[in-house]
Design a protein around this ligand. Structure first.
Ligand code: UDP
Ligand code: MG
Length: 137
């Protein structure tokens, strides 16, 4: 069974959207194999987002992701990596379609802010394996 790593980000926890997101996962029929509330450590986040360290928004992204507790977890199911990315919607909330999590619950950031977009999901087999072992080692 395919597995993916997912997060319910601090903005979603703050806004009381954890149940809504988990409910969509359950209704879709994916298995929640692991789920943990935690405060992300900066060292783990830096490794998680290693490909983005040179981006101008990187320090805002670190501040966002450490702004409060978040949920980390593993989903299992057929084609779950791509399916969960479709359920999440586009990275930029203003481009995310209605019906997707980001399209239903997020909006474009104000100037100079990082994009707060509710959820994370691995984007490939390789990143799913890497992220699961990084967060659940
Ligand atoms: N991000 C941002 N500004 C950008 C691009 C990304 O603040 O211009 C943040 C946003 O929270 C995003 C995360 O960095 O979810 C990781 O970016 P990625 O391109 O991997 O998007 P994702 O895989 O989350 O859709
Ligand atoms: Mg990504």
């Amino acid at each position: 069974m395919e597995k993916t790593f997912f997060m319910i980000k601090p903005d979603a926890v703050r806004r009381g959207l954890v149940g809504e997101v988990l409910s969509r996962i359950e209704k879709r029929g994916f298995t929640i194999e692991r789920l943990e509330l935690c405060q992300a450590k900066e060292a783990v986040l830096r490794e998680h987002y290693a490909a983005l360290t040179a981006e101008p928004f990187f320090s805002d992204l670190m501040a966002y992701m450490t702004s409060g507790p978040l949920l980390i977890g593993v989903l299992a199911g057929n084609d779950v990596i791509a399916s969960w990315r479709l359920m999440m919607g586009a990275t930029k909330p203003q481009e995310a379609l209605p019906g997707t999590i980001r399209g239903d619950f997020a909006q474009a950031p104000s100037a100079g802010q990082s994009i707060e977009n509710i959820v994370h999901g691995s984007d490939s087999d390789g990143s799913a394996a890497r992220e699961i072992s990084l967060w659940f080692s």
